[in-house]
Write a protein of this length. Structure first.
Length: 421
């Protein structure tokens, strides 16, 4: 750099900064590399520009803060037309944040924020109602048990507990000979009997449900309902098997399959205009008077089961000549007791059919009473799932001789057989 160029540069710096550069500084500048010196001059110019910009911005912010301070002062003095509650809130806010506001004014930047918390009235529009999820957790009303009908006929069987897989039962009957009236000194008659032992094999009835951990946590009472559902379904399925099972493994042989057809005998064509009670009593008489051998105890039927429609048509709706109910104790779908005989409407019995029996002759056991098991199947554990299993094993049988105590026939067939021409 020539002497003329250097002196021109010094003059330029003094002109731009408004200050003179003394001799020592000039001498130092002379020793600097020309490129470094040129870069320094350029940076000084940029710094000067930045300082001027900052000065302008500072003046603008100072004006804003000054304006806000005046406005806040006015608000503090007279409330500015604000509601009383809000005015008090602003006054307190300024009081609490006075130092911060003053520091913002001194710094020339910054802000404070007021969020109103004045208590207001609650209306229907105050809150927001969102759509509930599919599972509403503990806010959901508890489930009611599944409304399943009862299995009333199970209690009418002869039931015992056993630990034997093959349950033995024996029945005896007279064979040859009999008592006789004998003269003095004559030979007395001999008599004997025989017996037969059979074995009943157990049958099993079972079902299961799979639930998730979340389902029983989120739905109040779900596991209790599941347990109740399994228990009631078990009883109904067991009753159905005891009534209608076909006897083919693994099914029990039902009482209706043991039931025989009605035999009119001396009652044939003996009744004029028979009604339902004539039909029932004829079947009861047939059972009572039919024997496997002489001197056998008569069977006493205690149960009559008909379809609910037949129950209504034959009992509930029947009236005498005066228009009064012929069977006043027979209300719709209720149990009727007539002459020691229980008459039950049961929809498992087909319409038009009638089942009459001494149900104490149908034997059941509790080889494995109703049991509930809870566990995991395959990968249920890692899926948060579990199984509830309900099952039982029982024997169901009727002794060969006792099959006479069951009749299962058509109402119309029995009525026709006893109707007088």
């Amino acid at each position: 750099m020539t002497k003329e160029e250097f002196e021109a540069l010094i003059a330029k710096v003094e002109a731009e900064t408004g200050k003179s550069i003394d001799t020592k500084v000039q001498e130092a500048l002379k020793e600097m590399n020309p490129e470094t010196l040129a870069k320094a001059v350029e940076e000084m110019g940029a710094l000067k520009t930045a300082l001027e910009t900052a000065k302008t911005e500072n003046e603008r912010i100072e004006g804003i803060v000054k304006t806000q301070g005046i406005a806040i002062t006015k608000l503090k003095e007279n409330g500015g037309g604000m509601p009383t509650g809000f005015k008090q809130e602003v006054d307190k806010f300024i009081e609490d944040n006075l130092e911060k506001i003053q520091s913002i004014k001194s710094a020339g930047s910054g802000m404070v924020e007021l969020v109103s918390k004045v208590v207001g009235n609650i209306t229907t529009g105050t809150g927001v109602n969102t759509s509930p999820p599919n599972i509403t957790g503990t806010q959901q009303a508890p489930l009611s048990n599944v409304n399943l009908r009862g299995a009333d006929l199970l209690s009418l069987t002869s039931n015992v507990s056993t630990s034997l897989a093959a349950y033995p039962y024996t029945e005896a009957k007279p064979k040859d000979g009999d008592y006789a009236f004998v003269a003095e000194g004559t030979v007395k008659p001999q008599t004997d009997f025989t017996w037969e032992t059979n074995y009943a094999k157990p049958v099993k009835i079972a079902a299961w449900l799979r639930l998730t951990d979340e389902s029983i946590q989120d739905v109040v009472g779900l596991q209790s309902v599941a347990n109740d559902f399994l228990r009631k379904k078990h009883a109904l399925k067991k009753q159905n098997g005891i009534l209608f099972g076909d006897g083919n493994a693994p099914n029990p042989k039902g009482a209706t399959l043991f039931g025989r057809a009605f035999v009119a005998g001396a009652m044939a064509t003996a009744v004029k205009n028979p009604n339902i009670m004539d039909v029932i009593n004829a079947a009861v008489t047939d059972i009572y008077s039919t024997h496997n051998y002489d001197d056998e105890t008569s069977y006493m039927p205690s149960l009559c089961v008909v379809n609910p429609v037949d129950f209504y048509l034959q009992f509930v709706s029947v009236k005498n000549a005066d228009g009064n109910p012929l069977y006043p104790t027979a209300s719709l779908f209720n149990i009727v007791n007539i002459g020691g005989l229980t008459i039950i409407p049961e929809r498992s019995i087909p319409a038009g059919k009638i089942f009459i029996a001494d149900m104490s002759k149908y034997n059941t056991t509790d080889y494995l009473g109703y049991t509930v098991k809870i566990g995991y199947v395959n990968d249920d554990f890692i899926k948060n799932q579990f199984v509830i299993l309900g099952e039982s094993r029982f024997h169901a049988f009727v002794k060969k001789l006792d099959e006479q105590a069951f009749i299962y026939d058509d109402i119309a067939t029995i009525k026709t057989a006893i109707t007088a021409p």
